[in-house]
Design a protein around this ligand. Structure first.
Ligand SMILES: [Zn+2]
Ligand SMILES: [Zn+2]
Length: 83
């Protein structure tokens, strides 16, 4: 005969359950930058906007896009100058 698994978690009242679900929703539905980790409510210090956000609410912000694109832009400028 199997022994019942002891219930370790505290009893969840409907009110607690609702708060937990709301919190989960907030966390899950706040876009987060995959590169720097900034969020809707905690943006980069210089200010940023979303370049894209996927279905998992992972995004890339304008500051990070700039950091990715800048070296390429510089390369293109260098090439143009050499002509
Ligand atoms: Zn970012
Ligand atoms: Zn950002």
């Amino acid at each position: 005969m199997k022994r019942p698994i002891p219930q370790m978690s505290p009893p969840v009242t409907p009110a607690v359950d609702k708060i937990m679900r709301d919190l989960e929703k907030l966390i899950r539905f706040e876009p987060t930058c995959i590169k720097c980790g900034c969020t809707e409510t905690n943006a980069c210090p210089e200010g940023c906007s979303w370049v894209f956000i996927n279905k998992q609410y992972e995004g890339l912000c304008s500051v990070c896009l700039d950091a990715i694109v800048r070296p390429f832009r510089q390369l293109r400028l260098d090439k143009a100058r050499r002509k």
